[in-house]
Design a binder for this molecule. Sequence first.
Ligand SMILES: Cc1cc2nc3c(=O)[nH]c(=O)nc-3n(C[C@H](O)[C@H](O)[C@H](O)COP(=O)(O)OP(=O)(O)OC[C@H]3O[C@@H](n4cnc5c(N)ncnc54)[C@H](O)[C@@H]3O)c2cc1C
Length: 315
Amino acid sequence: MSATHLIVAEYDSTHLKNATLSAVTAAQKIEGTVHGLVLGKNVKHIADAFAKHVSQVHYAEHDGLEHRVAQPYAKVIADVAKSIGATHIWAAATAAGKDMMPRVATRLDAAMASDISDVVDTKTYKRPMWAGGLTGTVALSTSIQVITVRPTEFVQAAANASGNVSNFAADPGPSTTRFVGFEEVKSERPELADASVVISGGRGLKGPEGFKQLIEPLADQLNAAIGASRAVCDAGWVPNDWQVGQTGKVVAPKLYIAIGISGAIQHVAGMKGSKVTVAINKDPEAPIFQVADYGLVGDAFTIVPELIERLKALA
Ligand SMILES: Cc1cc2nc3c(=O)[nH]c(=O)nc-3n(C[C@H](O)[C@H](O)[C@H](O)COP(=O)(O)OP(=O)(O)OC[C@H]3O[C@@H](n4cnc5c(N)ncnc54)[C@H](O)[C@@H]3O)c2cc1C
C-alpha cells in the first residue's frame, strides 16, 4: 500500500524553513503522496510557498495557533493526520519539531523515530545514537509512524511541484499551556543551522571579549554564522542558541572553523557533517585535530588577527 505523508511546516515570519524541505526529501524516499501542513495566523503565503514542493498543502489560521505551542499544535496535526489517513507524519528535528512530535505520536498511538539520518524502507530508519558515535537502525511496527528528521542529513526538496492549497477550520481545543512570550534574536548574520560557513569559539577564547575580538570580525569577513561550545554557553559568554553539539544545534556547513575548542565528542556530534573543518588550538593533542581537515597549532589571539588581516587584504 502506498504511503500518505504529512509534513509539518516550520517557518519564520516570511519564509518556509529549509529544515522543512529536508523533511520533504526524507519523506520522498518512501513512495506515496506528500501533503504539507501549515498552521498559524496569516500563513497563506507560507502555504503557497510550500505548494511548490508537495502535491497538497492544508493550512489553517486560528488565534490558538498563532504561537507554536506544542499542545494545540499536536492536537491539530493529529486531527489532520487522521482526516487524510496519513501513514507517515514528518517534521524537522528542530526545537519545535522535538517539542511537538512526541505529543502527536501519543495522540495517534503511533511509534516514533527521532532525529533520523536516513530512510531504509517504509518503516525502517537510521538515527545517530550515543553522541553520533553509533548509528542505530530502528523499525517501527505501528500503522501510523511519526518521524523527525535531522535536516543536515537530507538535501532540501526542489521546488518542482504545483500542489493544491486548501484551507480548513482547525480546532486546537482547550489548552493547559499558555504562551508567555517569545524573544527573537535579530541578527544580520546567516542562521546557524543554514549557514554555509560557521565560526565556532570555545573556552580557549578566555571570555566574551574573545568572541568580540576574534570570532565576530572573522565571521564578518566570511559572512559566517557564529557557533560555540557548550562550555562557553553554560558560562554565559554567548547566547545558548549558539551552542553546537549533541545538546545544541547540528550544523553541516561547507566550512566549519573551530577556535579554542577541544573537540569533545559531544561537540563533534554537532559538526562532524561539515564538509571542511579547520581547527585552531594551542594544544597539538587536542581531539579536534582528529576531525579537522586543516589544523593550526598556536595561540588563537595571535593566529586569528593575522587571518583576519589576510582576509581583509584579499577582499
Ligand atoms: C550530556 C552532555 C552533553 C553535552 N553537549 C555538548 C554540546 O552540545 N556541545 C558542546 O560543545 N559540548 C557539549 N558538552 C560538553 C563537552 O563535553 C565539553 O565539555 C565542551 O565541549 C568543552 O568546551 P570547550 O572545547 O570550549 O572547552 P575546553 O574543553 O576547556 O577546551 C578549550 C580548548 O581551548 C584550547 N585553548 C586554550 N587557550 C587557547 C588559545 N589561547 N588559543 C587556542 N586554543 C586555546 C585548549 O587547548 C582546549 O583544547 C556536553 C557534555 C555532556 C556531558
